[in-house]
Design a protein around this ligand. Structure first.
Ligand code: DC
Length: 218
């Protein structure tokens, strides 16, 4: 059972969910966990260890040993790390190894914001506020391309779009905790929105959810 006010922000890559989660956390004074970083760290560390990404037992062992201090590594923000993350994220044993850390974060007394793919469905199914943030693949690819270019990573737009489509298919098509909108999540399509508009819309959805949550607690 969730004690504090937990906000679950799910959605595909470059939908705006990370920025929205960070802003909500700042505005509400809640800690934010970007759960994609956990999978990115497992993917990168697995590769560095020379272990095959398809080896479920070995990747799960990397996940079980993960040190949260490693989540600060800028290497996790690269295009390659996103692909590695998506590949290790298909393994149920990897997901199981990361579950307790995410649930403990969500259980902080004051509440928390978590963004990912399965927060509203698997990690925090009873979160009082749930958002599913999406946008067309083309718009997401453009945003990711700009971000990667800004980081100095030279890459063609078409390659970023292909990455996005491949990851959407893998993350949404896997058997273990596939990316999907929870039945009680509010859909926020940011295709036509600036980040300011998306953040405002998210704030309104969360304010309404908070009012409902406070009423339900009497
Ligand atoms: O949010 P992101 O792009 O940093 O996530 C990287 C990959 O990690 C994503 O393609 C799938 C996986 N992931 C996941 O399976 N479940 C989560 N809660 C977060 C990320």
């Amino acid at each position: 059972m969730t004690a504090g006010f937990v906000i679950a922000v799910d959605g595909p890559a470059a939908s705006g969910k990370g920025t929205i989660a960070q802003r909500l956390g700042r505005e509400l004074g809640l800690p934010v966990l970007d759960t994609g970083l956990l999978y990115r760290a497992v993917g990168v560390l697995t590769e560095r260890a020379g272990v095959g990404l398809d080896d479920e037992g070995a990747t799960a062992a990397v996940a079980a040993r993960l040190d949260p201090a490693e989540l600060e590594d800028p290497a996790l923000r690269t295009r390659g790390a996103g692909e590695l993350a998506s590949r290790v994220a298909v393994h149920p044993a990897v997901r199981a190894a990361l579950l307790d850390f995410q649930r403990a974060f969500a259980a902080r007394p004051g509440g928390a914001v978590l963004d990912g793919r399965d927060i509203g469905t698997v990690i925090c199914p009873d979160a009082p506020a749930k958002l599913y943030v999406t946008a067309t693949p083309e718009v997401r690819a453009e945003r990711r391309w700009k971000q990667l270019s800004g980081q100095g990573e030279a890459v063609a737009y078409d390659d970023v779009l292909a990455d996005i489509r491949r990851r959407d298919a893998r993350d949404g098509g896997r058997d273990a905790a596939p990316m999907t909108q929870a039945p009680d999540a509010t859909l926020l399509d940011t295709t036509e929105m600036t980040i300011e508009q998306a953040a405002d819309a998210a704030r309104r959805i969360v304010e309404a959810a908070r009012a409902r949550w406070e009423r339900s607690r009497g």
